[in-house]
Ligand binder design. Structure first.
Ligand SMILES: [Zn+2]
Ligand SMILES: [Zn+2]
Length: 414
């Protein structure tokens, strides 16, 4: 069956997350968006693990669902048009901060496990290495290769996916504290890495320029810290609904099982270009080169963004395609589109009303953005919405690119 999965999110136990990141709100948000499989995130955190163990129950192999005696109280918040089964995948993100060959590395890794007992075992092991209770995304002074080894020893069906591999800070290939290849990081266990998360600031085409990524499945997730952000990037699967089937699809990259990704426009990502946020300097890689990587305002080194970093590690020209690729589709979230139409923030009452109005009539957000006919969208009666979605689907929009932690700005209607 065809379904959408967002397998990197955070609970309210991670730093800087919304209070609403609880199991019930995730259950609602997944349906409004049109997502069938959602990561639990933060499963290494004792309190979140407890909540997950209490409120979820096993469904298909390796997947979990909200207990029906809880779900029944929350179905009323989901319009009929959006109701669907929601499944959870046990997962967490770990921040590995450690020294290797004299250099400090800070990288984020996503962990996936097929059962509660394995999570318990893993949490015991990680708890003896560092503090896993202070943050939903624990910081461990543990070599990423060793984390992978511990994970596989815990359960050989578990897997690790390096998170947002290009962001300057905290990523596998990041300009600030990453590595120059996957092998430099995972050594003898490199073959166990079969997928990487491209992150908001890069798209598959940029990743195609780096040949050591050829053959890996490029996945995309929201890394959501609040329910509204769920699904802003996500993956399309066509498999049985089960953990083993999802794992196999990611591992094989089979084009009939992994159908591709929905992508944020990479220019919109907050580390796309180089620059300094406080100095209001946003540079292309060429301009950074011209200024020798130094900010003309404060004279300190610029934060090198994803575009530049890809350029540094690339060994192929733009447009060169690996043998196996998956389709990808750029999307702008419905709240953002409505926000542009109405000139008001996406949390405003009017926008929230419009949002619910659209999805109650037409179905979940991702269907509206993807394929609901424009004439049907026009029927909802929100001025310019059909036109804006048409333009978004066809890439007819302007983007002021993001840099140094500042999100890019999108303008769809001109
Ligand atoms: Zn992260
Ligand atoms: Zn500066």
């Amino acid at each position: 069956m065809k379904f959408i999965a967002d397998i990197h999110i955070h609970s309210r136990f991670s730093r800087a997350t919304s209070r609403n990141m609880n199991v019930e709100q995730l259950y609602i948000a997944a349906q409004l968006k049109g997502i069938t499989v959602l990561a639990t995130g933060d499963i290494t955190h004792p309190e979140w693990f407890k909540e997950i163990s209490e409120k979820l129950e096993p469904a298909e192999p390796g997947l979990f669902k909200l207990k029906s005696n809880i779900a029944v109280y929350f179905d009323k918040y989901v319009p009929e048009s959006c109701r669907r089964a929601v499944r959870f995948l046990l997962s967490s993100e770990v921040s590995n901060i450690y020294k290797k060959h004299g250099k400090t590395h800070k990288i984020h890794n996503l962990l996936f496990l097929p059962d509660i007992a394995s999570v318990k075992t893993l949490n015991q092991k990680l708890g003896s290495i560092g503090n896993i209770s202070s943050d939903g995304r624990p910081i461990l002074g543990l070599d990423a290769r060793n984390l992978l080894e511990i994970l596989l020893e815990t359960n050989d069906q578990s897997f690790l996916i390096p998170a947002h591999i290009w962001t300057p800070w905290f990523s596998l290939l990041g300009s600030k504290s990453g590595f120059d290849s996957i092998r430099d990081c995972f050594d003898d266990l490199t073959d166990q890495i079969f997928a990487v998360e491209t992150g908001l600031s890069s798209d598959p085409e940029m990743n195609w320029r780096v040949s050591f990524l050829d053959g890996l499945t490029l996945i995309s997730n929201s890394d959501a810290h609040s329910p509204e952000k769920i699904g802003r990037e996500c993956n399309i699967f066509n498999t049985d609904l089960s953990y083993p089937a999802i794992r196999t699809a990611l591992q094989s990259g089979d084009e009939n099982s992994f159908l591709g990704t929905y992508e944020f426009y990479s220019e919109q990502g907050k580390y796309h270009m180089d620059g300094h946020r406080n100095c209001k300097i946003c540079f292309t890689p060429e301009m950074t080169l011209h200024y020798n990587g130094i900010c003309p305002v404060c004279k300190k080194p610029l934060t090198i963004g994803v575009l530049n970093r890809v350029e540094m590690l690339s060994d192929k020209i733009k447009g060169d395609k690996p043998e196996k690729t998956h389709p990808f589709y750029f999307r702008v979230s419905l709240l953002e589109i409505l926000s542009e139409i109405c000139h008001s923030g996406y949390r405003s009452k009017k926008i929230q009303q419009y949002y619910m109005n659209v999805i109650s009539h037409l179905g979940p957000e991702l269907s509206v953005l993807d394929h609901i006919p424009i004439c049907d969208i026009d029927m909802v009666g929100i001025p310019k919405l059909g036109e804006a979605i048409y333009r978004m689907r066809h890439g007819k929009l302007d983007i002021q690119p993001g840099y140094d932690g500042e999100f890019g700005k999108i303008q769809i209607l001109i």
